[in-house]
Design a protein around this ligand. Structure first.
Ligand SMILES: [Zn+2]
Ligand SMILES: [Zn+2]
Length: 381
């Protein structure tokens, strides 16, 4: 009496003939020869039969099996679809044995873009060796890829004028200067460049002029980041106003916030009168202002609040002037005003540092006295 133990991988040979074709040519598995086994019990393997690919007509974003893909992450649309579809086919592959696969498709960028062809075929051939005794089994799987056009959520929001926040930049009882306009725009560009390709970060409407900036910003988060950066860069103050705006489709309240940044009372390069002296604003940080004296061009730091309270801006009262330095003698210089060619003497320390004979200086006339700001840059002459 023999007892056959059916262990995995060790199969007892109980017959010497194939149950179907009767061949005696071994090996056998479950009483079948290799040819008959492959016919009767082919490789048990399945994958997804159809994949839906939706492409946004405006921005090219793709939605495949409900997942969003950014075309910028791929070299071209054909490669993008191929990579993603391949991934889905493999992910959905159901097979018990270890396998190798080969993949081919007729996805073609030109057909997608120009011929508007909507259907492609993907063929995946699977090779596996489920039994030690038999050779390799193969199976061919077909998946259809349907391509359709749509408008993605972001684009439809953008088209509908969707925005969550307003960004405002204003001067503290003053207009903003041209230099501030340039600096603010540079700063905003730096931040927006960081979000290039991120579709929910956009500025819907943007207006910059002497009154400041007013912009509609896609998200609160972006508006907050812009406001924070502007506040830090300018030492301004920021406030947020929460305003109940409307109800969303699901009934929840949607708040539209306004982020306001107030630029400091003085702009850089402003001329002010403070403690009976004329100064130029050179730097502003949270609690401190750096001033350049127009008596001797020395730099001094003051408490910001004190200067903002006691200082007076001198903008309308000054008359801009250009001067030329004619000669030096001792601690005095002979200066010529370029508007009337009048010559006069001035202490050297009142002139910008390192000025040389023959050089031009920018300045102004204020209450019958001349002040000298800086050398005229050669291309200004
Ligand atoms: Zn057989
Ligand atoms: Zn889109």
């Amino acid at each position: 009496m023999y007892i056959f133990l059916r262990k995995k991988g060790v199969r007892p040979i109980s017959r010497l003939f194939c149950a179907i074709c009767g061949t005696s040519k071994d090996p056998f598995v479950d009483n079948l020869c290799e040819t008959c086994y492959k016919k009767e019990k082919p490789l048990d393997v399945e994958t997804i039969k159809q994949i839906e690919v939706e492409i946004c007509s405006s921005c090219g974003t793709m939605r495949i099996q409900g997942k969003r893909f950014d075309p910028e992450d791929f070299t071209n649309i054909e490669e993008a679809i191929r990579e993603i579809v391949k991934g889905v086919v493999i992910e959905k592959l159901r097979i018990d044995s270890p396998y190798k696969h080969d993949y081919s498709d007729d996805i073609d960028e030109e057909k997608i873009n120009y011929k508007r062809l909507k259907r492609f075929n993907v063929t995946t051939s699977i090779t596996a060796k489920p039994f030690e005794e038999f050779g390799e089994f193969t199976a061919i799987l077909n998946t259809k890829v349907n391509i359709s056009r749509m408008t993605c959520d972001t684009c439809s929001k953008y088209k509908a004028g969707y925005f969550e926040a307003i960004l405002q930049v204003r001067g503290e009882n003053r207009q903003i200067t041209e230099k501030e306009e340039v600096r603010l725009e540079e700063l905003i560009n730096i931040i927006m460049n960081k979000y290039e390709g991120s579709r929910m970060a956009y500025i819907l409407e943007y207006d910059i002029n002497k009154k400041g900036i007013t912009a509609k910003i896609s998200t609160k988060m972006l508006a907050e980041e812009l406001a924070r950066a502007i506040k830090q860069k300018t030492a301004g103050k920021s406030t947020t106003a929460y305003e109940l705006k409307t109800k969303a489709r699901d009934g929840t309240d949607v708040y539209q916030n306004t982020y306001l940044v107030r630029l400091p009372k003085y702009a850089l390069e402003d001329v002010i009168e403070f403690e009976n002296e004329i100064w130029v604003i050179k730097g502003i940080i949270e609690n401190q202002i750096k001033l350049e004296s127009l008596e001797n061009h020395g730099i001094k730091k003051f408490d910001r609040r004190r200067v903002e309270t006691d200082g007076r801006r001198r903008f309308y009262q000054i008359v801009e002037r250009k001067f030329m330095v004619i000669s030096f003698k001792g601690n005095m210089a002979t200066i010529m005003a370029m508007d009337n060619y009048e010559n006069f003497e001035e202490k050297i320390e009142k002139l910008p540092k390192n000025v040389k004979e023959g050089q031009s200086v920018e300045g102004f006339l204020y209450e019958d006295r001349n002040y000298y700001l800086k050398l005229v840059e050669s291309d200004d002459i």
